[in-house]
Ligand binder design. Structure first.
Ligand SMILES: *Cc1c(COP(=O)(O)O)cnc(C)c1O
Length: 355
């Protein structure tokens, strides 16, 4: 049913990728005069004068060990955002093909579609933030190339039902993208281990959230070796810079530290939820499998402005469909969470006094 050759854009099938100096010669030598680099060195103490490994072999081996998968299943992008863009460029003919997105969800799926001149078919989540399967079936046609599923979902925080995701994977002949940016905070399993079952599956993860490396810009796409080979042909040759590769490799050695933060965050998420639910300005705190809470309030704009004046920034999602009244609040350190709660209590007291 899944036919990669039929799905790929014609220009991508015909593409002769750029061949860098480092593609043509791999191995060790003593004199490198093949890439027009500065042979004297760089003005920094590190040797940044040489182009980085285009395929990030060392970093992928480290990721492979942690994720329990082999390097040919791994593509690294300059943030997940580059992985998303490459999916459009591989599969969607501009002005002709379409993709299915299930809002409220991550904004980049739609922005990237517009950049690539690809039609977006919105199939909103149900009221309990799950997939509208009949809606998805009705939206898909012969030109639907990608379906984006985000689980745990941003900004709602919940995970999608696994049977629903499997139903999409089993029935959609295009590519199903499951964005697992928040999987480290969830009690549910990743779909990475299902890759052998589904040639049409792409799992996105990132080092920007639980791993604490948002500034390095490293996104990960896990897929079949055939799909990864396609992404490698399309990507800019040196999409992950040397500093990011080295720093990410060092950071991935600190799994215990990261796991401690994850446990702390999950614990604080429950505590903060309980505390928020006691406030009369809070109507509902949605269950969360992520490192944030979606909080329905009586007066989102007023609360948002009050918090800003107190130096606390949260995300106002109240104008997003199905998120009316809602603020999205990231779980911070214990001190930050305390400060947030104190400010919300202040706001509530002022309101009760009628200002
Ligand atoms: C934060 C986030 C990402 C991460 O994007 P990067 O470009 O890797 O920083 C991806 N998907 C979702 C749903 C997110 O919320």
């Amino acid at each position: 049913m899944f036919d990669l050759n039929k799905l790929l854009r014609d220009n991508i099938k015909k593409l002769v990728p750029y061949s860098s100096a480092r593609d043509e010669f791999q191995g060790e030598a003593s004199v490198y005069l093949d890439a027009n680099e500065n042979s004297f060195g760089s003005p920094l103490s590190q040797a940044y004068n040489r182009y980085p490994d285009p395929l990030q072999i060392k970093l992928k081996e480290k990721v492979a060990g942690i994720k329990g998968i082999t390097p040919p299943h791994i593509f690294l992008g300059n943030g997940s955002d580059e992985c998303i863009d490459i999916l459009y460029r591989a599969f969607c003919h501009p002005g002709r093909d379409n993709v299915v997105i299930c809002p409220p969800t991550y904004g980049m799926y739609e922005v990237s579609a517009h950049i690539n001149d690809v039609e977006v078919r919105n199939v909103p989540l149900t009221l309990d933030y799950q997939l509208d399967l009949p809606g998805i079936e009705a939206a898909v046609d012969g030109h639907t190339r990608l379906i984006f599923l985000c689980s745990p979902n941003n900004p709602t925080g919940n995970a999608l039902r696994r049977e629903d995701v499997e139903l999409v994977l089993n029935n959609f002949p295009g590519v199903v993208v499951i964005d697992e940016a928040y999987i480290n905070f969830s009690k549910y399993r990743s779909f990475i281990q299902e890759l052998p079952e589904y040639p049409n599956l792409v799992v996105l993860q990132t080092l920007s959230k639980a791993w604490g490396l948002a500034a390095l810009r490293i996104g990960m796409a896990f897929a079949s070796p055939e799909l990864v080979a396609v992404f490698n042909r399309i990507k800019p040759p040196y999409n992950i810079n040397q500093a990011s590769q080295e720093l990410a490799l060092a950071a991935l050695g600190q799994v215990e530290q990261v796991n401690r933060w994850i446990r702390e965050t999950v614990h604080a998420r429950q505590q903060l939820k309980t505390q928020l639910e006691k406030l009369s300005i809070v109507e509902k705190v949605y269950p969360s499998e992520a490192n944030f809470l979606l909080v329905k309030t009586t007066d989102p704009a007023g609360i948002y402005g009050f918090l800003v004046r107190d130096g606390i920034i949260v995300r106002d999602r109240s104008r997003v469909e199905l998120c009316e009244g809602c603020l999205r609040i990231t779980i911070g350190t214990p001190a930050e969470n305390e400060k947030l709660l104190a400010a919300l209590n202040d706001y509530q007291r002022l309101k009760m006094k009628g200002e």
